[in-house]
Structures are given as C-alpha cells and as structure tokens.
Design a protein around this ligand. Sequence first.
Ligand code: ATP
Ligand code: MG
Length: 649
Amino acid sequence: MSHDAVQKTFPPSEEFTANARYGAELLEEGRDAEAFWAKTARDVLTWDTDFTQTLDWSDAPFARWFVGGKLNAAYNALDRHVEAGNGDRVAIYFEGEPGDTRTYTYADLTREVKKAANAFASLGVSQGDRVAVYLPMIPEAVITMLACARLGAVHSVVFGGFSPDALRQRVDDAEAKLVVTADGSYRRGQPTRLKPTVDQALEREGHTVQNVVVVKRNGEPVEFVEGRDVWWEDVVGSASEEHEAKAFDAENPLFILYTSGTTGKPKGILHTTGGYLTQGAQTFRATFDLKPETDVFWCTADVGWVTGHSYVAYAPLVNGATQVMYEGTPNTPHEGRWWEIVEKYKVSILYTAPTAIRTFMKWGEDIPAKYDLSSLRLLGSVGESINPEAWLWYHRVIGAGRCPIVDTWWQTETGAQMLTPLPSVHALKPGSAQQPVPGVEIDVVDELGDPLPNGQAGFLVIRKPWPSMLRGIWGDPERFKSTYWSRFEGMYFAGDGAKRDEDGDIWLLGRVDDVMNVSGHRLSSTEIESALVGHPYVAEAAVIGASDETTGEAVVAFVMLQEAGEQAVRDGEDVQATLRAHVGKEIGPIAKPRNVLVTPELPKTRSGKIMRRLLKDVAEGREVGDTMTLADPGVMRQIAEDMRNSSTK
Ligand code: ATP
Ligand code: MG
C-alpha cells in the first residue's frame, strides 16, 4: 500500500450532502448523549408506554435504558408500517441459491410473523422462554426471530454451519425450550442437511428442548422424533392470522447471541429491547442515509452473526426499508452472482465484509464489470479493518468512484454500530472507521486508562453507557464484569487496539491479544497484514506474533497468493523474501516477518474472520485450540502440516 493512497481522502459530493437525511447537526445533537438518545428513542420507535427515565446506571455495569417504557419489537418492525399505509411495500426480496425467489411485503411478513407467534405459543412458548434458531438464510429465520420477539421470548440463533456439539452447548447454556430448524439448505450448488445435526445434538438426554419445528426447504429426508418434532407448514400453516402484540418492558431480553470465538470461548451476549432497537434503527438511518421509500438495502451477513441480527432482522424492518436476502455462496453458480443480484433488485445500499471484497479482488474486476451496478449509491464494510487496498478497489470497481464507503466498527457486545464516518459530513479515509456515532463516547487510552494523544497506539474504550450495549453474558455476571469492565475503571474495554491520526480519526489495529512485542516494539497485526495485502502477489494475509528466543516475539505471516504471486512461485522467485522486503519497506525492518508461509486457505469463522489464535498455536507448535466455530476445520490441519514441513526444510 503506498502511503499516498492511505492519506488520500474522499470528501462527500455536494449532491450527496444536499440530499442526505442527516448532516453535521446530528453530530452536534449527539453531544448531549442522554438527551439525544431520549429524543431518538421516541423518534424511531412506537412506545406503548412512554419511559420515565432515559438511563439508570446506578447498578453499573448493569445498565437499564428507557426505564418504565413498554413496547413490542415485532410491532415496531411490522404492524405499524401496515397501519401507516405501507403494507404493500416490499420488506424482503428473497433469493435462494438455486434461483427460487419469494417476495414479502410488509403486510405479508406481518401475517407470517403473527401465524408463527401463534404456532410457537401453541407449543408453550411464552415471555422469557428461550428458542434456539438453527436455520439457513431463508425468510423463516427472520420470521422466527420476530415471532419470538412478538411473544417476549428470547431467541438464540446458532449458525447453520455449526456442529452438533456447538449447537448442544448453546441449547444447554440458554436452556432452550424450542428449536426451530429446517430439513436443510442449498450451499455451493448442493443440498445440505440441518435436521440430522439437531437430532445428534439432542441425542443425549438431559436437555430442555420440548419441540423441534422443521421448515421444509430442500426436501432432504428427515427423521422425526414422535411427539417432539413438527413441520413448520403444519403448525405455522394452520395457525391463526390474528395475533395481538403485547407490550413488554424496555429491558425485556430480546436475544442471546454467541460471539464469533475469534479470541477464545464464545460468550453468550444478552441484548434487551428498547435500547437495542433504538441504536440499531438510528445508526441504520444515519450511517446508510436510508430513504425507505426508494432504497433497496442488502446486507450479506448471515443471521447467525450479529450483523444479521441488527442489520437484517431488526433495523431495516423497524425503519420500514426494503431489503434483499440471499441464501447461498457468492460463487454459485458463477462468480458474478452477487453482482447479478445487485442488478436484478437494483440494490442501492450494500453492506458486506472486507474478506468478501478481497475474494472478489482475487476473482478479478472483469466479473463485476459484466453487470449494471449503477443502482448502488452507498457501500458499507464491517467485521474487521478494511485494508486501504480493498477499500480503494471497492470504491472504484463496485462503487464506480461515486459511492461513499462507511467502514463501521462494532461488536456483538455493542449491538449496533459505534464508529463510522457520517457520509454526508466526513471526508472518508480508506482504512479508518473514523468517528463515534452521535451519542457515543469512544477513546484511545494507555495501560493505565489515561487518554492518549493523537498518533499513539493504545486500547479502544467506550467511556459511557450506550443504548444497545450488552446487558450481560447469559448466566455469568462475573465473566461480564471481568471481561469488559475490570481492565479500566468505569470504562468498557473493547479488546481492540486503536490509534487516532492527526485529525483525530480512529484506526483499528486488531485485537489487543494480537498485538506483537518484537524486541520491545509493539506491532499491530492489522498494519502488517495491510502492507502484505497491498502487494500485488497477495490476496489475503494473517499475521501473528510467535514466541521467539531472541526477540521475545517474532512476526509470522500466513499469506494466500493472487494469480501474480502464484506465477512468481512457478517462475522460481523467492516470494517469501520479496514479501519480507516489502513489509520492511512499508513499515520498517522491525516488522519484517521471520517466516512467511504461503497457504491455500486461512482459517476463518463462518462470518469470515481470521482465527489468529489458531495460527499462533500452530506457529508455536502447540495443539490447535477450539476450532468449533471454524468454517472449515480441515484448513487448520493443512496449515499445521505445511508449517511443520517448512520448519524442517
Ligand atoms: P470473540 O469475542 O468471541 O473473540 P469476535 O470478537 O470475533 O469473537 P464479533 O463480535 O463478531 O466477535 O466481532 C467483533 C470484532 O470484530 C471487533 O472487536 C473487532 O475486532 C472486529 N471488527 C468489527 N468491525 C470492524 C471494523 N470495521 N474495523 C476493525 N475491526 C472490526
Ligand atoms: Mg470480541
């Protein structure tokens, strides 16, 4: 990555700013955080009973927002839009991987959710009960989540790719009463099966599940356990279309969701209703400049991940937006599938992850060039730092140089976006998540919790409670306090490293656990990875610090090559040496990797995040740790073997 490109900024066009829903006044309003959130909560949601206190922080770190308020989440996402005369607006355009489609208007979706709520209630689900959701990316996933919310029940979505053990752990942890699943799904052109995983998960006695509801998606054979298992089409199909949404307390639990497990054992993060919906809905409108009458939004995240909760199931619907939902993989049946979908549905706002963008870069820009992407007007990124190289490609190739990119930093724990440029105001900087959203106070501090000046790297903290903050770790208040609130007095510790640049814009530097100490120099994994991916040979990179007798820690890089890199290998070039020299030139000799290991794949979670802790295990010759949330556990075996071979060479 050349430094010119890093420093280049992209101010908003006059046209964008003139037509934007929000401008600088929003940032101004956000300065009085509590007043801002109180006003926002009344603005974005319909309350059955108004709240009497904005924030109760007396039992910190256990927050209560919008005290005394009552509302129903599903009513806010559905019924009220129908009542306002927008029942015919499309809520979801669903595109299945084999090409089957379904369109749900707000009236349709409201009806389906009412039926599902009646069906779940008939199976004994009521307020406070937990429902495990083990479904593919199909509309029934959103319908199930909203039906739970409608009943005041708590959903716990478990990624459709997880193993029986991972599912069982989560079912047990939450003591789920009901599991909603499907016969299977379609991925990579193949029918896959889900129900057998549920059966295996529940094989051993001692669980709390009373019923399993099964959606028919692909017709794969299923076995039914008598008295426990029922078809969705039977129970939901026959249920009444009448269901009145009861109002629940603002702090009624809405869902439990386990973190990706990138840094360790996943944590069951608990979110509640009023605050979560307020910040989700507000950030959705502001960050994406949403115009619900005309925009078509597409978030590519699976519902099994927090992005799929906040920016598929809840915020778009609370805002009355139209969105696309896609079941499958980006290269089925061809590598232009996403762009075909953008063209077909005239997607105007696209929200995706850097890992996807780097994959498209690798496939080549001639692929998106075949499609009409002129409907796009704004692009978003989430999940990890977007390296400037990928940002610029996304901007030029997908956005035709016309669409602002919002790089949004947030976590399962934060519930909604926390750092992002406001596209009508901020001059965009490739690679930086830039500024806190209005009403949020974020800082970069040193080991002692003292604020750091611009230019110095430290720890990212959140100084004040925010509406969509986690309310705890399910069943483990001590872990909640020790993980997030004990490192720095009175501040939330995010676990990420960060620094501010000379303009005060924030750059994320990777997990604090991933910061390396090489001969007394602190190096960030993100910066070295970004330098590597900036080289034309490299498609993806993961960098870790492995213990080293002389330097304390040594930089070890794992890289996936682009075609040019593979060609160089075939030509006999010492690609490792080239890349080491490149990092030395871009960052400094101290950052030069001790080893560069070329690998065909990197270990990633199903949400596309690189599992650096596993690479560290391999580099330090340890048994590889918990791989439960890995997309493809085979990748780790391969890398471990390559590592052994390379060190004996
Ligand atoms: P675990 O907490 O179990 O280790 P995880 O942190 O990967 O898993 P998530 O909550 O899905 O689980 O991910 C949040 C993390 O993702 C953030 O803490 C940050 O490290 C990273 N992240 C998300 N968005 C961005 C972004 N825009 N820029 C940089 N990093 C990001
Ligand atoms: Mg985390």
